[in-house]
Design a protein around this ligand. Structure first.
Ligand code: F6P
Length: 355
């Protein structure tokens, strides 16, 4: 009797890292091994590993003990678009490599850029299942990306720490968060850390209103905690940026709005205004318990999709249910904070200044 061929599945992590990547790698590997005895090949450094042919087998011992580890054991790359890397389209060479290895399917763990690139391999003969990652939580088609909860926890802790020193000195303390064009990290982190003002790209804000609130706090002998998302535009200007990087997404690297705000606010108030840029601290370190569980659920569901041959889909959380959506619906979309979102109502309800 002919024996069934063991499926061979490749796994990569693309784009910026975030807490929970290793938890997904572990869950996909364990679920596929236990479910159908699959062979798993890890691609090193995202799509760059497919260009440079850097791969390694993943076994159960390889993924033991990595659940709580930050970063990604496979490494990642946020600049490599294999369809135009270093002036060349590498897709034909990659497909030849995939056939040489006998790979049947790819599980791509990443954000919008990774999903967009991965989806292009399906029609070339490498079917794909996606797993949504980004601390920004702005991927279309899912209510949550793993990594977001961990970033929010870091923002909340930073605000807790800034609050005590702000109170001691009667200062305005500004905390700048990541998030690109979406305000989710600043909004949830700001709420969790008790910010008095939360400024997000989705809502225009008034500098005089922030200054007025700061002066009121001054008169009352208090302090002010401002949480600002990096994508905020001050007075309609472009968001503050550290430069443009020629990468798969060709996006400006944002950062610096907190300092701009500090300089604009200082002349309008008597107390001292200081700013802190939290930066990559939000992306590093161990995932929260919520992210470990979500990453595990996503990894297992991705393995189930592969085992069932349901390709061209991304796993997703809708409400409290893990499901999947067509990759084509995810690519190119975004998920900004809707103006009528309940979190905004909650913030306004307790007097947080939002605009
Ligand atoms: O998309 C995740 C993110 O952390 C954004 O919040 C941030 O703007 C960007 O990546 C930073 O990218 P890099 O690590 O390339 O500076």
């Amino acid at each position: 009797m002919p024996t069934a061929r063991v499926p061979h599945v490749a796994l990569l992590t693309g784009g910026g890292d975030c807490p929970g990547l290793n938890a997904v790698i572990r869950a996909v590997t364990l679920a596929l091994k236990r479910g159908c005895g699959a062979r798993i090949t890890g691609i090193e450094r995202g799509f760059h590993g497919l260009v440079t042919r850097r791969v390694r087998e993943l076994t159960e011992p390889d993924v033991a003990g990595i659940l709580a580890e930050g970063g990604t054991i496979l490494g990642t790359h946020n600049r490599c678009d294999p369809f135009r890397w270093e002036g060349q389209d590498h897709s034909a060479a990659i497909m030849a490599f995939v056939r040489e290895l006998g790979i049947d399917a790819l599980v791509a763990i990443g954000g919008d850029g990774t999903m967009r690139l991965a989806a292009r391999f399906g029609p070339l003969g490498l079917p794909v299942v996606g797993v949504p990652k980004t601390i920004d939580n702005d991927l279309h088609g899912t209510d949550r990306c793993f990594g977001f909860d961990s970033a929010v926890a870091v923002v909340a802790e930073a605000l807790d720490r800034l609050a005590t020193t702000a109170r001691s000195h009667g200062r305005v303390m500004i905390l700048e968060t990541m998030g690109r064009d979406a305000g989710w990290i600043a909004l949830e982190g700001g709420l969790a850390g008790g910010a008095d003002a939360i400024l997000i790209p989705e809502l225009p804000f008034s500098l005089p209103a922030v200054a007025e609130l700061a002066r009121r706090r001054e008169r009352e002998g208090g302090s002010l905690l401002v949480c600002v998302a990096e994508g905020v535009r001050i007075g309609g200007e472009e968001p503050a940026a550290r430069g443009q990087v020629d990468d798969a997404t060709a996006q400006a690297r944002l950062g610096g709005v907190g300092q701009v705000l500090q300089h604009r606010l200082q002349p309008l108030v008597n107390c001292e205004v200081r700013s802190t840029l939290l930066g990559h601290v939000q992306r590093g370190g161990t995932p929260t318990a919520f992210d470990r569980v979500l990453a595990t659920r996503y990894g297992v569901h991705a393995a189930e999709l592969v085992a069932a041959g349901r390709y061209g889909r991304m796993v997703a959380l809708q409400g409290d249910r893990v499901t999947s959506v067509p990759l084509a619906d995810v690519v190119g979309g975004s998920r900004p904070v809707p103006p009528d979102h309940e979190l905004l109502r909650a913030a306004r309800g307790i007097g947080v200044l939002l605009g």
